[in-house]
Design a protein around this ligand. Structure first.
Ligand code: AMP
Length: 482
């Protein structure tokens, strides 16, 4: 199918052509004609599927046929994070380059005065995080009664972040005579309840996870031959050494390195800098302008390694990122998918490596269950990392630590199941993550990789396949009082 079969206007099509897109993605094929018809959408799609364009392209056409009024925007896009909101704003500029539409990006951590000025000028679209939007509304700078198109993006993330009460309040401020486009990566019962509440007779569209995350990412696991009984500094030091070995083995052009804890980001940053890598850091304690600046510099290739927390994991679109490293195994299996989904995008080959210790075994099992396969053990060219792994997994110490831990977990689960009262010990379940903050290692060693032409080293034969389904639901009526 071609873009010009979707009913989009000529100027939008020209912008799409400029962006280099030749074929609409499945979500775009299904959603765009429906949005142009004015119908509600319930979209089950992740980032990486092209979902942003699936709602921005038709919105631009719809907005182009009307006129903006001061302080009364006609459309609103709600995003869970500032980064995602900024990214959608960028998309809006790209696809709307041949239109004279204006936007207001309303996110926390940026000047409220500047945002108020933009609202005064009458933007066509608001792209906002819920908190800042309500702040501006409560101060009387905004009227939402004229919003005719509402996008609620990443609803599951909104739920995780506790934003649903804010979203519900925002929806209550908007006229019920509106078009609502609701997107979520997952359709948990709570999300479905919200969708039922906000949508009228939606067209339900489910697309497969982006093929990229399943098929174009080479994954690898490096087990460190240490257990939680070892000193946290030692564990961190070994992890950093393992990271450097993997990097030395790979042609890394640019990479995100995820840590579970903010304080570990600083330590790793200093250590990598000492070892001659060009690095930056990104985490939630930084001011919004500093975060945006850091991302911009990373995207401009001013440095190659961005050490970050999960703030950067979800939705960020860094074209052709070559590698993702999990310095820590993420606590939530879903986060693993989001983290590694930053690479291997838009059909480009990506690589994702995870460093783990034996206590991470349960998190790794949860990840395997979610992605439908085990993360293969990493084998480097010299086989040195693999030697460590073999030595480690065959060692008595490793096996014993896994057995002890699994027995403890089984016991505590059994006790919980039979309804016994929790003991203090059970309540304080051992932390699956590696605790630590350590000194940086000494000595400088130059980063050897610079190759622009990355070549995939190894590929796993196992591939995850996800079904591509589309459901057309029965017509639904909005129950009274909604
Ligand atoms: P999204 O799922 O909206 O985060 O989009 C993921 C990436 O796909 C972004 O880099 C988009 O620029 C890109 N993209 C969106 N639509 C298309 C398309 N039809 N063809 C190629 N790339 C696309």
């Amino acid at each position: 199918m071609d873009f010009n079969e979707l009913g989009l206007g000529d100027y939008v099509l020209k912008a799409v052509e400029d962006a280099g897109y030749t074929t609409p993605t499945p979500i775009q094929q299904q959603a765009i004609p429906i949005v142009l018809m004015g119908r509600d959408i319930l979209g089950c799609a992740q980032t990486g599927t092209g979902k942003t364009a699936s709602f921005t392209l038709p919105m631009i056409d719809i907005l182009a046929s009307g006129r903006a009024k001061a302080r009364m925007p006609r459309s609103l896009i709600l995003e869970p994070t500032r980064e995602l909101a900024a990214q959608v704003a960028e998309n809006f500029d790209t696809y709307g380059r041949y239109h004279k539409l204006s936007k207001a990006l309303l996110i926390g951590g940026s000047s409220m005065n500047n945002q108020m000025k933009v609202i005064e000028r009458g933007p066509d679209v608001l792209i906002a995080t819920p908190g800042r939007l309500l702040d501006l509304f409560d101060r009387g700078h905004l009227l939402m009664s004229d919003v005719k198109t509402l996008v609620i993006d990443e609803a599951d993330r909104m739920l995780d972040m506790g934003f649903i009460p804010d979203v519900e309040r925002i929806v209550s401020l908007i006229s019920p005579i509106r078009q609502t486009l609701f997107f979520s990566a997952t359709m948990a019962p709570e999300i479905r309840c919200l969708a039922d509440k906000f949508l009228i007779n939606p067209k339900e569209i489910t697309v497969a996870r982006p093929a990229t995350s399943a098929e174009t990412i080479t994954q690898g696991l490096v087990m460190i031959a240490l257990t939680k009984a070892d000193h946290p500094d030692k564990i961190q030091k070994e992890k950093r050494a393992a990271l450097r070995r993997i990097i030395a083995d790979q042609d890394v052009r640019d990479a995100l390195i995820f840590c579970n804890r903010k304080r570990d980001i600083g330590t790793l940053y200093l250590s990598m800098k000492k070892h001659g890598y060009s690095v930056g850091q990104l985490h939630g304690d930084m001011t919004q302008p500093a975060r945006m600046e850091m991302l911009k510099r990373f995207k401009n290739n001013e440095f190659n390694y961005l050490i970050c927390s999960d703030v950067a994991a979800r939705g960020l679109d860094i074209p052709a990122l070559s590698h993702v490293f999990n310095f820590d195994v993420p606590n939530q299996a879903e986060d693993y998918v989001h983290r590694i989904g930053r690479t291997g995008r838009a059909g480009v080959q990506g690589h994702a490596f995870t460093i783990a210790i034996s206590e991470d075994i349960n998190s790794l099992k949860a990840i395997s269950k979610l992605i439908g396969k085990k993360i293969p053990l990493f084998e480097d060219k010299k086989n040195s990392v693999l030697k460590d792994i073999k030595g480690h997994t065959n060692s008595k110490k490793f096996k014993k630590s896994v057995i002890v831990r699994e027995t403890k977990l089984k016991k505590s689960r059994t006790k919980k199941n039979i309804g016994s009262r929790k003991t203090n010990e059970q309540q304080n379940q051992p932390d699956l993550n590696t605790p630590s903050q350590s000194k940086t290692t000494k000595g400088a060693k130059k980063n050897q990789r610079t190759s622009k032409n990355e070549t995939p080293k190894k590929t796993s034969n196992e591939k995850i396949k996800f079904g591509d389904t589309e459901h057309v639901p029965a017509f639904m009526q909005r129950p009274e009082g909604k």
